[in-house]
Design a protein around this ligand. Structure first.
Ligand code: ZN
Length: 77
């Protein structure tokens, strides 16, 4: 097992391998946090609303201004 002590650039092969594993773990953690953050953001944009025309009641994106059922303007609850 001498090859793992071969120096490539600033590190030996063994250190490169350890570095790659740590990098992979960090990348995995980063992806998990990003997905959680995006999911929170998506639900955070939902607002309660109701439709005065067809009496629909529910949650829509805050950028959404029409009733998903009949297409009339909705009222924020
Ligand atoms: Zn409606």
């Amino acid at each position: 097992m001498e090859f793992i002590d071969t120096v490539i650039g600033p590190w030996t092969i063994k250190e490169w391998a350890i570095g790659l594993v740590i990098f992979g773990v960090l990348l995995q953690i980063g992806t998990t946090i990003k997905h959680k953050f995006l999911a929170d953001k998506a639900t955070g944009n939902l607002r309660k609303a109701r439709c005065p025309a067809c009496r629909w009641n529910g949650k829509v994106s805050k950028f959404h201004h029409t009733c998903p059922k009949c297409g009339n303007n909705i009222v924020r609850a």
